[in-house]
Design a protein around this ligand. Structure first.
Ligand code: NAD
Ligand code: UDP
Ligand code: UDP
Length: 317
């Protein structure tokens, strides 16, 4: 017999997912974290490893998994372009085979299941800011498509399991999220710029830096994901979660230099294939349905992330 809600978090040893595990334990859940450690690390879980309410399973979700749980957060998938492009076939598999396995599990045990989708389903968007009813502009044969099309197919699977098998689903489209615990060699822009600035290396801006992104601090994102899973209205999404303040990548580089007091110089490198030129979430739906909006400004979030990296770099390099 168990009285606590038993929750499975796939990808739980990753950056974002590890904060979610912590939050769920604080909410009184029993958490089973399933991860193959492709980009995640036990280091991210040190606060939880000794908890009686936390269990860690090394497992690749592209293979079946049989457990008894009440809820599933499906977050397993490398999120940084350099990592998801390193083994693109596996990236499609984790999104397609992995989602089918987790949906099959949810179906068998009648668990509610949430999918971590992404702003990448909009591709290089021609509608700006992006609303959930925009179908997107994705190249299906490019280097990003293993991730973009994989995540799009995962959304299709979630909605088909909902329609065909009456599964209780939730779908969130996560926009760029950052914070402490990102791996210093994760490759994403915020961690790259901070590590480069703190080590006085060149700051590598891809293209001319005029492309835009909107950066959400991890605590805000976890709050949004948690509210979406627990909304009692039966709102299944998809819903955009992200910070609607938009910056050019060049502005971000300048901010990081200012905040770290670094002597680093900005250098320009070729723009990767299909790099989206603009990205900003319209979050009206999240505000209306979940009463959620981000509360942490970039200046504050960057400061906290820089403080983390000042200590963390020494352990990783
Ligand atoms: P991350 O790479 O730090 O974490 C992903 C985790 O999934 C890692 O621990 C990795 O080892 C694990 N994993 C990968 N393949 C697996 C497999 N086959 N079986 C089991 N575990 C596997 O990334 P993150 O930033 O924490 O992102 C978490 C989720 O949120 C991902 O699904 C990502 O696509 C989504 N997301 C993140 C962002 C962001 O900006 N952080 C934006 C959009 C979407
Ligand atoms: N599955 C799983 N754990 C479970 C139940 C199912 O991993 O507890 C996997 C199983 O491998 C299956 C997939 O989920 O291939 C899809 O399950 P579903 O019941 O939807 O389809 P079917 O079993 O008919 O293929
Ligand atoms: N980028 C950059 N320098 C870097 C890493 C990334 O200029 O060292 C750019 C990248 O080309 C993209 C943006 O920053 O335009 C965000 O990249 P990231 O990999 O963080 O995430 P994306 O939103 O592209 O998935």
């Amino acid at each position: 017999m168990h009285l606590r809600k038993r929750v499975l978090v796939t990808g739980g040893a990753g950056f974002l997912c590890s904060y979610l595990c912590e939050r769920l334990i604080r909410e009184g859940c029993e958490v089973i974290c399933c991860d193959n450690f492709y980009t995640g690390s036990k280091r991210n879980l040190t606060n939880m490893l000794s908890s009686p309410y936390f269990e860690l399973i090394r497992h690749d979700i592209t293979f079946p998994l049989y457990l008894e749980v009440d809820e599933i957060y499906n977050l397993a998938c490398p999120a940084s372009p350099i990592h998801y492009q390193n083994d693109p076939v596996q990236t499609t598999k984790v999104n397609v085979h992995g989602s089918i396995n987790m949906l099959g599990l949810a179906k068998r045990v009648k668990a509610r299941i949430l999918q971590a989708s992404t702003s990448e389903v909009y591709g290089d968007p021609t509608v700006h800011p992006q609303t959930e009813d925009y179908w997107g502009n994705v190249n299906c044969i490019g280097r990003r498509s293993c991730y973009d099309e994989g995540k799009r197919c995962a959304e299709t699977l979630f909605f088909d399991y909902h329609r065909q098998h009456q599964l209780n689903i939730r779908v969130v489209r996560i926009f760029n999220t950052y914070g402490p615990r990102m791996h210093p060699r994760d490759g994403r822009v915020v961690s790259n710029f901070i590590v480069q600035a703190l080590t006085d290396c060149d700051i590598t801006v891809f293209g001319d830096g005029s492309q835009t992104r909107s950066f959400c601090f991890v605590d805000d994102m976890v709050e949004g994901i948690f509210r979406m899973m627990n909304n009692s209205e039966g709102f299944i999404g998809p819903v955009n979660l992200g910070n609607p303040r938009e910056f050019t990548i060049l502005e971000l580089a300048e901010q990081v230099i200012r905040f770290t007091g670094s002597r680093s110089k900005i250098v320009f490198k070729p723009l990767p294939e299909d790099d989206p030129t603009q990205r900003r979430p319209n979050i009206e739906l999240a505000i209306q349905k979940l009463g959620w909006r981000p509360t942490i400004e970039l200046e504050d979030g960057l400061g906290r992330t820089i403080d983390y990296f000042k200590k963390a770099i020494a352990n990783f390099l």
